[in-house]
Design a protein around this ligand. Structure first.
Ligand SMILES: CC(C)=CCC/C(C)=C/CC/C(C)=C/CC/C(C)=C/[C@@H]1[C@@H](COP(=O)(O)OP(=O)(O)O)[C@]1(C)CC/C=C(\C)CC/C=C(\C)CCC=C(C)C
Ligand SMILES: [Mn+2]
Length: 391
């Protein structure tokens, strides 16, 4: 990963601080939304007695804000995009080179995903590459080979750099591509800031007490990707769904992916002293942290895992409903990525829930087969919805 790992500027700039926590600490109570029911009582979110707002409520506010911004700015940005294009041949060449490098990074680090982007229009594909590279670099700050040098202050500087690129002051070639992307599409900075917040949390937090805590983490590091991507993927002009419901589906896809990542990597994470699985749920399944560190697949573990897998699948189902609402050219790649990721859950089952020492893996043949399956799913679901709307 060395070739594109970012170096965060060492200047001691003071950065605005993280907005969300203070904004979210307001005690405004509102009716609790139970939009995601849980498969068993032991997985229910224990928020009813808490005076604080649940993660779902707080994230819901972000989704509503993103949806409103997208509605307001879509027209404006489309018009602005013609002026966002750089005029001199030299800067045009540099921009093409910047996007090309983003594409190369994608192709190198996420082959299947890169293939998916080849199904999109050129403008969208390049934008998704630029977002991908920024996300990957952000993750590398806490997970990459130099992560031991990453401090919260370094992440503050990364955030300052983000603000700069959003204001048209990119720092390097990759930032240049993203800076162009955010000028072309109605993309808000908040999900990017939230991803940085999640990475900060990862530096200090190695345990999650409740699912509500884990859900917030999943939003930070993955749900945000859904919110960043929708403005690029585009919404079908004839979609009857509300923008907020489409953003919710995108959020659900990110959360589903991250929960799947967590379930796949239990052993690997435990060997780094990390347990993402909610402690309260482990306890009510009769499991302790030590059971995880000892990495034994017992019946208790299998039954616990069944519940966790069921919940991840519910998020995938929630996400699936949104795909038909996306612009037609974006449905296939998103559907492919959903089907591929969801198969990791099947692979955990096929490994008899040994996610300690066996990596759940989706083979090449299955991956290739997923392409026509995803294509058929988008055709079928879309026509189904159109027919429903007609009747
Ligand atoms: C309506 C509807 C369904 C719209 C679809 C919206 C959409 C395209 C959602 C995308 C969701 C998505 C792919 C989320 C990524 C989740 C993810 C894997 C997050 C990873 C975090 C950290 O995890 P960890 O460290 O445990 O994992 P590793 O071992 O390091 O892998 C991430 C690594 C954060 C960084 C995320 C990325 C690099 C992926 C960025 C992807 C995109 C910008 C493109 C998404 C587009 C398509 C076509 C799927
Ligand atoms: Mn990572």
């Amino acid at each position: 990963m060395a070739s594109f790992v970012c170096r965060v500027s060492s200047s001691e700039e003071k950065v605005q601080s993280l907005i969300l926590q203070s904004k979210w600490s307001c005690q405004r109570r509102r009716k609790r939304r139970q939009w995601m029911a849980f498969p068993s009582a032991s997985l229910a979110i224990p928020t009813e007695t808490s005076p604080m707002r649940s993660s779902q409520e707080m994230i819901h506010d972000v989704v509503i804000k993103q949806a409103a911004l997208a509605r307001e700015t879509f027209q404006w940005n489309r018009r602005a995009s013609s002026t966002a294009k750089l005029s001199t041949p030299a800067s045009c060449n540099m921009l093409s080179a910047a996007y090309e490098r983003c594409g190369e990074v994608c192709a190198e680090y996420a082959k299947t995903f890169y293939l998916g982007t080849m199904l999109m229009t050129e403008e969208r594909r390049r934008a998704i590459w630029a977002i991908y590279v920024w996300c990957r670099r952000t993750d590398e700050l806490v997970d990459g080979p130099n992560s031991s040098h990453t401090t919260p202050m370094a992440l503050d500087r990364w955030e300052k750099r983000l603000t700069d690129l959003f204001e048209g002051r990119p720092y390097d070639l990759f930032d240049f591509a993203l800076s162009d992307t955010v000028a072309r599409f109605p993309i808000d900075i908040q999900p990017f800031k939230d991803m940085i917040e999640g990475m900060k949390q990862d530096l200090t937090k190695s345990k999650y007490l409740t699912f509500d805590e884990l859900y917030l983490y999943c939003y930070y590091v993955a749900g945000t990707v859904g919110l960043m991507s929708v403005p690029v993927m585009g919404i079908a002009p004839n979609s009857k769904a509300s923008i907020a419901s489409i953003y919710n589906a995108a959020l659900a896809l990110g959360v589903a992916n991250q929960l799947t990542n967590i379930l796949r990597d239990v052993g690997e994470d435990a060997s780094r002293g990390r347990i993402y699985l909610p402690q309260v749920e482990l306890e009510s399944a009769g499991l302790s942290e030590n059971d995880i560190f000892e990495m034994k697949v017992t019946d208790k573990w299998r039954s616990f895992m069944k519940g966790q897998i069921q919940r991840a699948r519910m998020f995938f189902n929630e996400a699936e409903k949104g795909i038909a609402e996306l612009d037609s050219a974006s449905r296939w790649p998103v559907s492919t990525s959903l089907i591929l990721y969801r198969q990791i859950l099947d692979a955990i089952e096929a490994n008899d829930y040994n996610n300690f020492t066996k990596r759940a893996y989706v083979g090449k043949a299955k991956k290739i087969l997923s392409l026509p399956v995803a294509y058929a799913a988008t055709l079928f679901d879309h026509s189904n919805r159109i027919n429903k709307a007609r009747t």
